[in-house]
Write a new protein. Structure first.
Length: 92
């Protein structure tokens, strides 16, 4: 990865850059890189660009009863089995 130095930044420009970095909670380096990428058309690509639509036919098809059943099933899967958890803690 390459790097370079920018010279000739006056106090007003520096203060504005610093203010915007603080507002966005990013480093000056990250802020300047984002401006350069945006200006030069190198916007970050999405990691996953493929759009899946093979299950779209299911959208809006669940009855309230089916939704409640599925929600209860998901919630039951999210609970921690205390006996197993105790065994795991002991082995640590």
């Amino acid at each position: 990865m390459k790097s370079f130095t920018i010279r000739g930044i006056d106090e007003d420009l520096y203060n504005e850059i610093r203010k915007r970095c603080n507002r966005q909670s990013v480093s000056i380096n990250k802020f300047i890189l984002s401006i350069l990428k945006k200006e030069l058309g190198f916007n970050d690509q999405k990691k996953y660009q493929k759009v899946y639509d093979d299950l779209d036919f299911l959208f809006g098809r669940w009855s309230q009863e089916e939704y409640d059943l599925i929600t209860r099933k998901i919630e039951s899967e999210r609970t921690v089995d205390k006996e197993i958890w105790d065994c795991v803690k002991k082995s640590m």
